[in-house]
Design a protein around this ligand. Structure first.
Ligand code: BJ8
Length: 424
């Protein structure tokens, strides 16, 4: 990949040597965690290809879009309505990062005890390692957790940053506030891109994003089958790539993969033997290339059958209603759908507890592993409520708190293995 894209990376002001080293480590990590799996679906070849070109071909596509006069907009949270971005003919890319890179640089601006997801996007940019961030004309933050909202104030020095206000309750007034934030964001995008969002354009982009969600919903539904037809690692990868890839191309490929998966389910085939313990992971998002816990779980004799997370079920569960005709109706439909997100930043957040129980039942899981990133207060604290609720439902529960380093892998494995042994 090096020779082919060196010029492009130089133009994007990447640190070429450090970037090459990153790609080498990432490639090795991917080979070990993904390509060693047995019996993968043929459809995963598309995902392997996208991953192999994640800093290459996809970035070239972004540059080509920019050459055509389109804008590239980066986001960090599923609260930012991608439909509005697409309706201005801009490209939307997810920027959350899942590796410990550039933390020394990030810590010049952020306290050491900051959530690794925040340090990672700072670190990737400051260390000049992220061609997605470099390609962005604007990044969109949001007032969800305190760490993120304060970090965006500092980050705006490095990149044009727009911040959406996300309320912390689901009251009538909070929904009205979010509706007005959607309008403000729409107006900002129109000024940035010079494109007016019409009902036709918005309606079309709602259908595009829904199509991707429906493909992922189908994938999730197929994972209810016993034995599990796809590994949790592969399913997570699919959900992660959804944030980078072209939405329609991605949806088409996942639909094909689901056809193959469906045949596998119908013939009673699994990726693991019948009787393998089934686990639901619940909690913080796992951004690329954060595959540590899934690898630990699946190399300990269990299989992950669902992710109650923003890189997973929380992002795909709800569709936007497609029956609106006027701009007002479509903006109402966006508000309604986005305010269903049950992020731990909300209080109270009973829906999330209900959703975890429903999902655990639907997926016939033997246990739930709650995953919180270190220093993530919303999810770490909400874990207590999740634990209490699952105890009432008699669903086994394990609480994990970790970061992006590999140092605790052995200790995590010991705890996960012990948990899996207790599942009956
Ligand atoms: S809607 S989960 S994507 S905010 S892990 S940065 S919460 S300290 S990522 Fe999130 Fe939107 Fe919510 Fe989803 Fe803060 Fe926690 Fe770090 Fe987090």
């Amino acid at each position: 990949m090096k020779d082919k894209y060196d010029e492009m990376w130089k133009k994007l002001d990447l640190d070429i040597t450090a970037h090459e080293a990153l790609l080498t480590v990432l490639g090795q990590f991917y080979d070990d965690i993904y390509l060693t799996q047995q019996g993968r679906l043929k459809g995963m070849e598309y995902l392997d290809f996208v991953m192999s070109e994640v800093h290459g071909l996809r970035i070239k596509e972004l540059q080509d879009a920019k050459d055509e006069g389109r804008k590239v907009i980066g986001t960090f949270c599923i609260f930012v309505p991608e439909e509005l971005i697409l309706a201005t003919n801009a490209v939307c890319v997810g920027l959350c990062a899942g590796a410990e890179a550039g933390f020394d640089l990030a810590e010049r601006y952020l306290p050491r005890n900051t959530c690794p997801l925040i340090k990672s996007f700072f670190g990737f940019h400051l260390a000049r390692l992220c061609p997605y961030m470099s390609s962005c004309d604007m990044v969109v933050g949001e007032t969800t957790c305190d760490g993120k909202k304060k970090a965006y104030e500092i980050f705006s020095k490095f990149k044009p940053t727009y911040v959406m206000e996300v309320p912390q309750t689901k009251s009538h007034e909070a929904k009205a506030l979010f509706r007005s934030e959607i309008v403000r964001f729409k107006q900002h995008l129109e000024r940035l891109t010079g494109v007016t969002i019409t009902p036709e354009k918005l309606s079309q982009s709602i259908k595009i994003v829904n199509r991707r969600r429906k493909a992922l919903q189908r994938l999730n539904a197929l994972r209810r089958a016993t034995p599990a037809p796809i590994s949790g690692r592969d399913a997570l990868l699919i959900n992660q790539i959804a944030f980078y890839d072209d939405p329609l191309r991605f949806a088409e490929n996942i639909e094909k993969l689901c056809d193959e998966l469906s045949e596998r389910v119908n013939s009673g085939q699994g990726i693991v033997p019948e009787g393998t313990k089934r686990v639901l992971i619940s909690g913080c998002p796992m951004a690329i290339p954060n595959w540590k816990l899934p690898y630990v779980v699946e190399s300990s004799g269990a299989v992950i059958v669902g992710e109650e997370s923003c890189i997973g079920y929380r992002n795909t569960r709800d569709l936007v209603r497609e029956d609106g005709e006027t701009l007002d109706e479509l903006l109402d439909a966006l508000t309604e759908r986005y305010m269903k997100i049950d992020c731990a930043c909300f209080t109270p957040n009973e829906e999330r507890l209900d959703h975890i129980v429903t999902l655990a039942r639907e997926l016939k899981v033997d246990g739930v592993i709650h995953y919180a990133l270190q220093f993530c207060q919303p999810y770490s604290i909400e874990a207590t409520r999740v634990e209490e609720r699952l105890a009432e439902e008699d669903i086994p529960f394990l609480r994990i708190e970790t970061d992006y380093s590999m140092e605790d892998t052995g200790a995590l494995k010991t705890r996960v293995e012990a948990f899996i042994e207790t599942l009956d």
